[in-house]
Design a protein around this ligand. Structure first.
Ligand code: SF4
Ligand code: ZN
Length: 291
């Protein structure tokens, strides 16, 4: 690991990885052993490894799986999650998007947004809602350094300053939002994959069929090419953003959100985008003022 100036054997790597996760949790004051942690699991290497490490470190961490209705891919990933929860002896909450709405493939056809954009919105909405309904104090996701740095690069290229004020390893709870944290944000994708493999975690290797279109893959490749030539750039790019740029653009949601009139979740308008989507496909009727 040239960016850490470390070369470790299997056993040392596993314990280094776990200690480093604990250090990141403490560095950003993400949560404590008193918190009830909900791990958003997809069946992939990052989220399952995160769930494993948190429980190994003694955190009270349960899983949440959102079934996206993406054919065989969703079925297989759900099976992996259920099997993994059993092996951990941990609780997993499973919610099927089709019970309230329809799956991602159908949604992609009725909206002008890409599958990933609708999917991202529904994931954020459900992670927050389910966590509150079940009394969890923090939602954690398995985003790694490659995810964070590539999305940062894509947003810098477009000078999306709104993004620059929102992305941080921990986002405090405020106005209807539970706290969110990313304890793997300082690990590269290679490191999380290696940890999952060495621990024998049975994760879903196939990618979501929509991920081929994802712009993030393109930006990840660019960053990997820079990293090859200048080791450590990826980490520096992300950490210096956290230190120097985020504080300048940081924005609070105060006054910018209100409870949605239909579901009560925090929303930028009277009715949240998810309820609007539901109405569009005939799921719920939106009650307007005085109606
Ligand atoms: Fe959702 Fe896109 Fe990720 Fe597939 S690749 S799970 S559609 S965000
Ligand atoms: Zn709503």
């Amino acid at each position: 690991m040239p960016h850490h100036r470390l070369a470790l054997c299997k056993e040392d790597f596993l314990s280094w990885f776990e200690r480093y996760t604990e250090r990141t949790i403490k560095e950003f004051r993400m949560f404590s052993k008193e918190d009830k942690v909900l791990v958003a699991v997809s069946g992939g290497k990052d989220s399952l490894a995160l769930w494993y490490v948190l429980r190994k470190l003694g955190y009270r961490a349960d899983g949440f799986y959102l079934h996206l209705g993406i054919g065989e891919y969703s079925e297989r990933s759900k099976e992996k999650v259920e099997k993994f929860a059993n092996s951990l002896g941990a609780k997993v909450i499973i919610k099927d998007l089709k019970e309230e709405l329809v799956g991602i493939p159908e949604l992609e056809k009725v909206t002008s947004r890409s599958a990933c954009s609708v999917c991202g919105m529904l994931k954020r909405y459900n992670f927050n809602k389910v966590a509150k309904e079940h009394g969890y104090t923090v939602v954690v996701t398995g985003h790694n350094l490659d995810d964070e740095a590539s999305s940062l690069l894509a947003n810098v290229v477009n000078w999306n300053t709104k993004y620059l004020g929102r992305k941080y390893p921990v986002l405090e709870e405020e106005e209807g939002f539970v706290r969110k944290a990313k304890p793997f944000c300082k690990f590269t994708e290679k490191e999380t994959a290696l940890y999952a493999l060495l621990r024998g975690i049975d994760f879903i290797e196939e990618e979501c069929p929509y991920s081929e279109d994802a712009t993030s893959i393109f930006f990840k490749e660019i960053l990997n090419r820079i990293e090859e030539k200048f080791p450590g750039t990826k980490m520096k790019f992300y950490l210096e953003y956290l230190r120097k740029v985020y504080p300048k653009f940081r924005e609070r949601k105060e006054g910018k959100v209100q409870p949605c009139k239909v579901c009560g979740e925090p929303s930028p308008a009277e009715v949240c985008p998810v309820c609007k989507l539901k109405e569009r496909i005939g799921g719920v009727k939106i009650i307007k003022d005085g109606a």
